[in-house]
Design a protein around this ligand. Structure first.
Ligand SMILES: [Fe+2]
Ligand SMILES: [Fe+2]
Length: 260
């Protein structure tokens, strides 16, 4: 096609991005299935729906220019999608796979952001305000998706919560006060050892330390930033069993979990 005017160039790029969106519908579907974390899965699924809607909105832009929606092969997006497929074929730890999927998706988003920014500007220059508005609305969603993906890429930090249980204890026969070894729980105030089982408190039989929730200074939530290691067993795409252990800022932990 000969390109003489800005309108020609605009339509050429519109067909290109229309094709790119079509490729992304397929790719996002696969990425949502491959993603490990529920949040990332949900982000891909949401953007899949948005992408279908972008195709719809692009047909409106074609209409505004009295053109039938047509595609022109977007080689750039083909390349990005192809690389994404290669990533998904790799054998990776789930967390690493998620990071790789986010990187692929962001490449696609950045391409779209560049394309829609340009198209919107061309539409404005041609005085096609309605088309410019539609293109801006798509651009906004691409930007929001990009930001969301950046957030999902952050390292995992979290918190655990729980109550602090205390029980007064006294040294049993041969107890070692230095290590606490051989100490036994007191039965009641003064029982059986008045020296250790103080009558001035009620820390007996699973006494729960008051926490923030009931006007004390003891935390109920403990932040953690963990160094952890673990084994995972993933016999099925939708099932993972894991055993993790590690050190965190609030102590040592281990845990088992299964996610269906
Ligand atoms: Fe899009
Ligand atoms: Fe997108």
């Amino acid at each position: 096609m000969e390109m003489e005017t800005l309108r020609d160039l605009f339509l050429d790029e519109l067909k290109d991005v229309y094709h790119a969106e079509g490729q992304l519908v397929k790719a996002l579907n696969k990425m949502a299935k491959t993603a490990e974390s529920d949040e990332l899965k949900a982000a891909f699924q949401q953007h899949l729906e948005e992408t279908k809607d972008h195709q719809e909105r692009l047909t409106k832009v074609f209409e505004l220019f009295d053109e039938k929606p047509k595609t022109k092969v977007c080689k750039a997006m083909q390349g990005i999608v192809e690389e994404g497929k290669e990533v998904m074929e790799e054998d990776m730890e789930p967390d690493v796979m998620d990071a790789a999927l986010i990187a692929s998706a962001q490449r696609a988003e950045h391409y779209e952001i560049a394309a829609y920014g340009t198209l919107r500007t061309y539409a404005k220059l041609m005085g096609e305000d309605e088309a410019a508005k539609i293109l801006q609305s798509i651009l906004d969603e691409e930007g929001a998706t990009d930001k969301k993906l950046t957030k999902l890429r952050r390292d995992r930090i979290g918190f655990v919560w729980g109550d602090l249980y205390r029980t007064q204890a006294y040294p049993g026969p041969g107890a070692n006060p230095a290590t606490g070894e051989g100490f036994l729980p007191c039965a009641a105030p003064g029982m059986p050892n008045a020296q250790y089982c103080g009558a001035d408190n009620n820390h007996y039989n699973g006494y729960t330390e008051p926490n923030w929730a009931n006007e004390s200074s003891k935390p109920i939530i403990f932040p953690w930033l963990a160094l952890q290691t673990g084994v995972r067993y993933k016999p099925h795409r939708n099932f993972i069993a894991r055993f993790d252990t590690g050190f965190s800022t609030s102590g040592f932990f281990f845990g088992v979990g299964a996610v269906g």
